[in-house]
Structures are given as structure tokens and as C-alpha cells.
Design a protein around this ligand. Structure first.
Ligand SMILES: [Zn+2]
Length: 267
């Protein structure tokens, strides 16, 4: 399979799907991450080209950890628009990857860059197979499965779990991804490091504190969707799963057939 994941910023794909992607790669599938913006304002001491270069190097380090491809588009952080030009970029990227599975944010989210990333993927879906549209790239011969990352937003509709993946067996990889993104999390002036209260002063302790706090998301997913975990893994195996990632099927992509779930998503 060929999987392409879109995130708004150079950490979103890693955070939202890093565990599942580690399992996909182990199973022999090809994965590409795309960051729709360059992340050039999400820091309290660095910005602009300097920060964009740091962020690109960080996701490239993550790509080496995972064994995948990665690309950062040169749109300024906070300025992504659901424009025709960006939609065409997304269509070309999905086609060039000849994707079977596409991942993105849901289009309801606090951050406009996240929202528009979801919107752009949704708007691309109907044209992926249209061979006379953007004929410079080869149209797909079938619709990919499109899935949204889990989130905790409730309005207008909360996230629905279509598929859940236990990631305890690859949690060390997810920890390594977070550690490879210090300008986002570990540094004192990073996005998280500057915003969180009551952090330890020691740099190593601070990094570990923030990393384990971030993994609270995977813990909450496992708790919130315990029923779905039990359905997929059985009661005993599910009760031993602490960390999970979950995805919601988009009705604009190919249908996620229950009998194909295990082929698409490693357990
Ligand atoms: Zn983001």
C-alpha cells in the first residue's frame, strides 16, 4: 500500500499518526508525510527562515526514524488558505504518490491551518480520478480511503472512531519522534516549553515531562475508545493496550470495508 499523510505543521503527521505509520512501515508499506506549512512562527525565540529550516530538519530526522518520505511546503505558518492553487497542489501530491490511503485533519478544528488542510483534502477527493483535470499528473484509477486524525473537538460533531490501532509495541518510536522535534516541545522557548506551566528547570526532565504529557493523548484515545479496542483486539489483548491512535473515515473517500480493515491497518 501507499499512504500519504497531510498535516498543517511540521509535527502534526508525526504526532497524529506516528505509531500507526511505524507499524505500516514494518509491514512493508510506503508512507509519505506532507506538512502544508513551514512552521515559521510557532516558537517564542526563533522565527522566519531560521525556524523553517530547523523544522524541516526535524521532520527529516523523524522520516529517517520511521523510514518514510517527508515534504514541507513553503507556505507561512498561520497563512494556509483553502485556495484553488493549494487544492491543485494537494491533488498533484496524492496522484504522484498514487495513494491508496490519505490521512488529514478533520475540517473542524481550532487552528485554521488544520481546518484548511482537512478542507483541501476533502475538496481534492472528487477530482483525483478525473483524467482531464490537471493532466500533467496521472489520475488515480480508484478512490483512496480518506481518514481523519483523532481530535477532541465536539462541535459541530465529535470525532467518530472508524478504526483504532494499539501502538504500545511501537511507543518507543513515538517517543523518539517527539524527542526529534525539540523546537516544538522540549526547548524552554519552544511552542510547548514556553506555554506549559510548572515545568522542571532541568532540560532533560523538562523534555521528558512534556513528552509524557503529549502521550496523554494516546492514553485518552485508548480509554475513550475502549469498546472499539475490545471489538478489534478481543477483551484480554485490549485490556493490555495503554496507547492508541484512532481514525475516522471520510465519506468522500473509498468505503472502508470491515472485511478489509485488518489488511489496511496492522494490528
Ligand atoms: Zn498543527
Amino acid at each position: 500500500m501507499r499512504i500519504i499523510a497531510f498535516g498543517a505543521h511540521p509535527d502534526d503527521c508525526e504526532l497524529c499518526a506516528g505509531g500507526t505509520v511505524a507499524k505500516w512501515v514494518q509491514a512493508g508499506h510506503a508512507v509519505k508525510f506532507v506538512s502544508m506549512t513551514n512552521g515559521n512562527v510557532g516558537h517564542f525565540a526563533k522565527h522566519g527562515e531560521e525556524l523553517a529550516a530547523i523544522r524541516k530538519a526535524e521532520v527529516e530526522a523523524c522520516a529517517r526514524i520511521l523510514g518514510i518520505e517527508t515534504q514541507v511546503l513553503d507556505t507561512n505558518d498561520g497563512e494556509l488558505e483553502a485556495s484553488l492553487a493549494q487544492r491543485q497542489t494537494v491533488i498533484r501530491l496524492i496522484r504522484e504518490w498514487q495513494a491508496d490511503v490519505v490521512l488529514c485533519h478533520r475540517p473542524n478544528d481550532y487552528h485554521p491551518d488544520h481546518r484548511y488542510t482537512g478542507q483541501l483534502v476533502q475538496d481534492s477527493a472528487v477530482l483525483l480520478m478525473a483524467k482531464f483535470y490537471l493532466p500533467d499528473t496521472e489520475a488515480l484509477d480508484r478512490n483512496p480511503v480518506i481518514l481523519y486524525y483523532a481530535d477532541e473537538f465536539a462541535k459541530p460533531t465529535p470525532f467518530t472512531c472508524s478504526v483504532i490501532v494499539g501502538i504500545d509495541d511501537v511507543i518507543s518510536t513515538k517517543r523518539a519522534l517527539i524527542d526529534a522535534l525539540p523546537s516544538q516541545f522540549a526547548e524552554a522557548d519552544s511552542w510547548m516549553g514556553a506555554k506549559m506551566q510548572g515545568l522542571p528547570a532541568d532540560p532533560q526532565a523538562r523534555a521528558e515531562h512534556i513528552r509524557e504529557w503529549l502521550l496523554g493523548r494516546e492514553r485518552r484515545i485508548a480509554e475513550r475508545f475502549r469498546t472499539e479496542l475490545t471489538d478489534r483486539y478481543g477483551a484480554e489483548a485490549a485490556s493490555n493496550i495503554t496507547f492508541a491512535e484512532a481514525f475516522e473515515q471520510s465519506e468522500y473517500g473509498a468505503r472502508l470495508r470491515p472485511e478489509k480493515l485488518d489488511a489496511l491497518f496492522p494490528r
